[in-house]
Design a protein around this ligand. Sequence first.
Ligand SMILES: [Ca+2]
Length: 166
Amino acid sequence: MKNISCHVQRFNNVKVFVVFFDDLRAADEKPRGDCIQCGCPTSWYNFNGRCYKYILTPQKWFGAQVHCASMGANLVSIHSSHEQTFVTALISSFDPSERPTWIGFNDLFQEGRWTWSDGSEVNFVFWSTGEPNGGTGQNCVLNWGTNWKWIDYPCSYSFPFVCTLS
Ligand SMILES: [Ca+2]
């Protein structure tokens, strides 16, 4: 019984894997194994050994982080252009309308000092032109669907988000 199918898709000229569920009711056979979900729990997706999950239900940034933490995860941290492309492809595959999506980047603790909520090193940024520009009024970061770059935004707005297992 096959309940998932995997497709290779090009996004910004980078080859990524996208998984589609054909029949979630057939879940008595665990959908793991030979593709992108390898090593990840059901409905999490693997990129370079980490597991990612897209959450469609909008939440404020703090609520999103708490939701991720309730699953032993954090809001996603992004460390390369390939990872940025994977996360964006994951979002697009679940949400064709490509709404902006919270990521774990923030300067909540010290204005202008951007950190990841999972504590990982900041070794890659993908700011949109002119960003960040919100000062103390905008301390959380969205992956913005128009060009899929990052903008700072007020943390009190609700958006979908991506979690990553630690
Ligand atoms: Ca700020």
